[in-house]
Structure formats: C-alpha cells, structure tokens
Design a protein around this ligand. Structure first.
Ligand code: GLN
Length: 397
C-alpha cells in the first residue's frame, strides 16, 4: 500500500479526547476534556426547537449567515471596544478549532515560523504541522506562568510570521495582563508579525483579573486574527460555532480556506444562536459568577485534600502538582487515576514542549454535584497512591 502522509507521524491523536474515552471505559468522573455537564440557557434550547420546525435547513452563506454575523459583530464590538464590520471582517467557522487552522493556513507558507507559548492547548501543534509552519516555543514557567521578555524578543528576532496567543489560557489559567499584552504587541509591530488569538474563554475570568483583547490595543487590530467561539460562553460545545474576526484582507483569505475546509457552520444552529448573541450584560455577569462558584468550590476541595495547584485567573482548568505521589510518568498516573481512583484528568506533559511530568490538568466546568463526587473519589488518592508501585519506566523509555 502507498504510505500515508508524513505529517501524521509528527502528532498523535488528541490526548484530551483519549482521556475522555478512558474515563467512559472506567466510569470515572470526567474532569479531563473541558466541556460542561449542564445545559445551555433555556431560551437557547427553545430557539433551537423553534428553528427546527421552521425552514432554515440548507446551506447558509459560506462565511456565515448575514443575521448571525450582524448579531455577532454587535456583541463583539461591545466587548472588544472595536467597531467590527459584519460584511467584511467576520468569518463564521465550525468551532474555534476550524477558526484557528483556517487562520494558520491563511497566513503561513511552509517553513514559516510561529511563536507558541508553552504550555499550550494541544491543537496548536497539529495546526502548525498541518500548515507547514515551524513552532518557536516561548516558555511560561509553572507555577506562575510568566514569560521572560528577553526570551520572547529572541523568538521575535527569528522572523516568525505569527504568534499564537491563548488568552485566557488553556491549560494554565493565566490571564495576560495589560502590560504583558503591550509587550507582545510592541514586538508584533516592531518585527511585523501577525497575532492569532484563541479567546474562547473570553467571558470566563475571575476577579480581580480582566480580559483585554489584544486586538483592541493601538495598532493591533490591523495585524490580529481574533479566533473564538460560542462553545464555552453559552455552554454549547456540540454546536460547533466559531468565528474569526480580522481586517478585511485577512478575512478574504480565511473565507477562501474555510470554504474548502468545511463550506460552512450549521445554518439552523447559527439562526438559533442569535438568541444568545442578543443576551444582555447580565448574562455574562451570571456566567462569571457561576464559574467563580465552581472554581472556589473545587479549589477548596483540592486544598482540603492537601493538593498543590496554581490558582487559575481565567478559563476553567486547574494544574495540580502531583510530584509528591512519586510517579515518573504523568500519563501512567492519569490512567491509574481514572481506573483506580475514578477521576479523569489530562496529563500535563501533553501541553508542554519542555519535559514536564509532574502536573495534571482538571477542569471544573461541571455541576457542583459532579465536582463533589470527584472530590469524594479523590479522598482515596493518597491511601491508594501509598500502596501503588509505579513502573520503573523512565521518561526516556
Ligand atoms: N478545549 C477543551 C479542552 O482543552 C477541549 C476542546 C475539544 O476537545 N475540542 O479540554
């Protein structure tokens, strides 16, 4: 048989989604792949039911139904503080996953370099490989995940085409400060580099932190490709509604790539989601309140169990330091945790370019009852870990 593409040898299937399969297999509480176990707002479900019995069932305009783009432009203009033209500056995609790969394919030629902060959401590796780009990693050092300005400038000096910015950040929970964003922006302008954002957690930020859209900084809209989605904001990860916002000349390119990748996002879902895009400011305050409650509840539980972690500033993940349990391999640790303790997490190494094997990621986008069952199960972690003999496998094996 002919060989498959060499590109496939450079990345694995998603470790996050693999952990979900392991969780299902063992009936573990799934705190690995980040998605809610609660419903979207009632008004949104009703809108979907109404659309289902109506007549919007064929393709929408490939880059997004006009009324969806109009509602999205209004909402994002309000939050981003930038006037966005729905006619020329938006492409609607199948989730932020497509938004990002379409953006990468739009700006990168094979061999172009792209700056990626490590730890990073695992899709960025596949995105760079599929678009032929070469990542330059800039390290965010645990437990505080700050970057070194000199290391960042050295990366910019290598003439990258783009920088990927996940803010609020998955998996670290970092929310970049205005000062950090100004540093990144100054280099992007000085070295003439695009910034591709992943801002799917834009509305999940904990006091006293605030999300600043890098596109809103002076001189940055021109070179920022803002990717996001409705998944996390409205608890509709299965609807696969994402988008890219950028200047018209970039959006022209993204629309072309998107047209041949997927043609378009589901038209009935775009129509129904307009209801969500028209929610008032109260909705976003309530969302923040509800996630703050989940975070406080879960972190207090982890703290009571004596576990060490970095307090997230945004998004819905927490990185827990499991070095005290003596496993040399976080993948083995997470598999054991799912099978024996009954809670699924993601091994931290799948997010780091560096050799980091002492962290695991839990998410807390779950009902308090679910989080409570996870904490209850984790009470057994220490007693079971004391009896566990870890494999002698070294990290080089
Ligand atoms: N962003 C989610 C996570 O990091 C997963 C998203 C997905 O699987 N598409 O867990």
């Amino acid at each position: 048989m002919p060989e498959l593409s060499k590109k496939l040898t450079n990345f694995t299937d998603s470790v996050i989604r693999r952990m979900t399969r392991i969780a299902n297999q063992h009936g573990a509480v799934n705190l690995s792949q980040g998605f809610p176990d609660f419903d979207p707002p009632q008004a949104l479900k009703e809108a979907l039911a109404n659309v289902a019995s109506g007549s919007i069932h064929q393709y929408a305009v490939t880059w997004g139904a006009p009324n969806f783009r109009k509602a999205l432009a209004k909402k994002q203009s309000f939050f981003m503080g930038i006037e966005i033209d729905p006619e020329t500056q938006i492409a609607v995609t199948c989730g932020s996953t497509e938004a990002m790969i379409a953006s990468m394919l739009t700006v990168c030629n094979p061999g172009d370099k792209v700056i990626v902060f490590s730890p990073f959401y695992e899709n960025y590796t596949a995105d760079t490989i599929l678009s032929g780009a070469i990542p330059i990693y800039v390290h965010l050092k645990p437990p505080y995940y700050n970057f070194d300005v000199e290391e960042l400038e050295a990366a910019f000096q290598q003439k990258p085409k783009a920088l990927i910015l996940c803010n609020p950040s998955n998996p670290s929970g970092k929310v970049y400060t205005l000062e950090e964003l100004q540093i990144i922006a100054a280099y992007a302008i000085k070295y003439d580099v695009f910034v591709i954002t992943d801002e799917v957690y834009e509305h999940i930020v904990y006091e006293p932190f605030h999300h600043v859209y890098i596109a809103s900084l002076p001189g940055m809209f021109e070179r920022t490709i803002s990717c996001s989605s409705l998944s996390k904001t409205y608890s509709i990860t299965g609807w696969r509604l994402g988008y890219v916002i950028a200047p018209a000349f970039i959006i022209d390119g993204v629309r072309k790539v998107h047209d041949f990748l997927t043609v378009g996002a589901a038209s009935p879902l775009q129509e129904a989601a307009i209801t969500a895009l028209e929610f008032g400011p109260d909705y976003y305050l309530q969302l923040q309140k509800s996630y703050t409650e989940k975070k406080d509840f879960f972190l207090k539980g982890l703290d009571d169990l004596g576990l060490k972690f970095t307090i997230p500033q945004g998004a819905y993940y927490v990185m827990v330091d499991v070095s005290e349990f003596g496993a040399s391999n976080d993948v083995e640790f997470c598999e054991w945790l799912a099978c024996e303790v009954g809670v699924a997490a993601v091994p931290g190494s799948s997010f780091f370019q560096e050799e980091v094997h002492h962290l695991i990621r839990f998410h807390f986008a779950k009902n308090l009852e679910t989080l409570s069952s996870a904490l209850k199960a984790l009470e057994n972690l220490r007693p079971l870990a004391e009896k566990k003999i870890w494999s002698k496998q070294t990290l080089a094996d």
